[in-house]
Each structure stands twice: as C-alpha cells, then as structure tokens.
Ligand binder design. Structure first.
Ligand SMILES: Nc1ncnc2c1ncn2[C@@H]1O[C@H](COP(=O)(O)OP(=O)(O)OP(=O)(O)O)[C@@H](O)[C@H]1O
Length: 235
C-alpha cells in the first residue's frame, strides 16, 4: 500500500526581476510540476543549470512561495532543507546554528547542546565551529549543513547539492553516512545533484527537470537512460 508523504500539484513559479529603474521582466522557472513521493523513498532531481531544481526544493521547503499550485505534506512530517546558501544565521557560530536548527526541529535545549559534539566531530570544523558562519567558505558551510541535518532527525530531508562541495574524503564520508541513515531509518529524501552518477547510487526514483518542466519521471534506471542519452560526459 502506498504511503504518500509529499505531493506537488501543478506547481508553477514565475520570478519577477528588475532590469532597470523603471522596468522589470518575468521568468517562468517552473511550469505545472506534479508528482508524489512515498514514505522512505529516495527521490532524485536531475537537470541542467537553471532547470528549476533549487527553486522546486525551495517551494517544497516553504522558503519560496509557488506562483500557482500546491505542496501537500503529510501533517505529522517535518521537512528540513539542506542547502548551501540557506538556513544559517550568518552572525551566529556553527555551534549556535546547530542548536537553533535542532530546537526548531523539536529538540530540547539539552538535546540540542548534546548534538553539537557529534556535529563538530563529523563536520571537521574544529575551532571554526565556534566562529560566526559568515567567516566560513562554501565548503565549510556545506559541512556544517550536512552534519547538522544528519543528526537532526527530520522526516523528509531535502538535499540541494551539499554532497558536491568539500574535499573528496568528506564527500565520500557524507555519502556513506547518508546511505546509512537512508537504509536504517526509512527516511524520505529528495536529492538534487549535478552528478548523475551520485543520483544513480543514492536514489530509487527520479525526475528530470528541463526548463522548469518534467521531462521524465519514474524509476531511476529509466530516468537515467533517457538523461544520459541526451547528455554526454556526465560526471
Ligand atoms: N531569485 C531569483 N530571481 C529571478 N530569477 C531567478 C531567481 N532564482 C532563480 N532564478 C532563475 O530561475 C531559473 C531556475 O533557477 P534554479 O536555481 O531553480 O535552477 P537550478 O536547476 O537549481 O540551477 P543550477 O543547477 O544552476 O543550480 C533560472 O533561470 C534562474 O536564473
């Protein structure tokens, strides 16, 4: 029996930007995107630059309002967006950001503080963990984001490119840790990556977004076959 935890129904997004003092233009980033995800599914989103992957995750996370359409999340489920640019308070230290994220996800203050020791170790930030996040490189932000989300137990994890930054050793460690929580915890994950091979290793279902529209959706093998036929030299 299917156990749907997340549904996008006809989601469209139009950005309006200024291109001068008195003029503006609009850009349709997503057009009529509809799909559902079952509990415990690991769902990949593939697509070239500007195809709308991050915008879609932002809408699912509730940080970007859809222009039309709806996102329905099962009432007892919490989502957490793990993204390079989002979610941290730049003037707080890595440690305080971990505490804040954990408490926003329902941890008590003591539980949140206890968590920081594991996050510090996994993230390898050492003394930088006590420094304001604004002083971090993008790789350091991604390490903090990944480690915080790893130990803050949410139901639906939205992962935007965070396994693509950092040195190779950290990438391997992060991918291994992610696979472990996916396999052990029946966690639902939506995973965005430029690496088709990484999506293939991690996900069971996938969607290929092209210029804001769903090109193919379904089983990972079918989606990858279509995707790779269209793109050569995929990493
Ligand atoms: N804040 C914004 N204002 C205006 N246009 C935007 C904004 N954010 C994104 N866009 C545009 O919307 C489209 C989709 O962007 P989005 O970042 O969602 O794509 P993406 O698939 O995640 O891209 P990438 O793989 O390069 O990270 C792009 O054409 C982008 O230029």
């Amino acid at each position: 029996m299917s156990d749907i935890v997340l549904t996008c129904e006809g989601v469209s997004l139009t950005y309006k930007s200024r291109n001068g003092l008195f003029s503006s233009f609009t850009h349709k980033a997503l057009s009529d995107v509809s799909f559902s995800i079952n509990k415990g599914e690991v769902f990949g989103i593939l697509g070239g630059n500007g195809s709308g992957k991050s915008s879609l995750l932002g809408i699912i996370a509730g940080v970007i309002p859809a222009t039309t359409g709806t996102v329905i999340i099962a009432p007892d489920k919490q989502t957490s967006l793990l993204s390079l640019g989002l979610g941290f308070n730049n003037s707080l230290s890595g440690r305080d950001n971990t505490i804040l994220s954990a408490m926003l996800n329902g941890f008590s203050q003591k539980e949140a503080k206890d968590l920081t020791y594991k996050v510090k170790e996994f993230s390898e930030l050492a003394d930088f963990y006590e420094q304001p996040v604004r002083t971090y490189s993008s790789g350091m932000r991604s390490k903090l984001g990944f480690a915080t989300a790893l130990y803050t137990d949410v139901d639906i994890l939205l992962i935007d490119e965070v396994l693509s930054v950092g040195d190779q050793l950290f990438k391997n460690k992060a991918e291994e840790a992610l696979l472990k929580i996916i396999n052990n915890n029946d966690k639902t994950v939506i995973f965005v990556s430029h690496s088709a091979q990484q999506v293939k290793r991690i996900c069971q279902q996938a969607m290929w977004l092209d210029k804001g529209k769903i090109k193919v959706i379904g089983d990972i093998t079918d989606v990858m076959n279509c995707y790779q036929t269209n793109f050569k030299n995929i990493g």
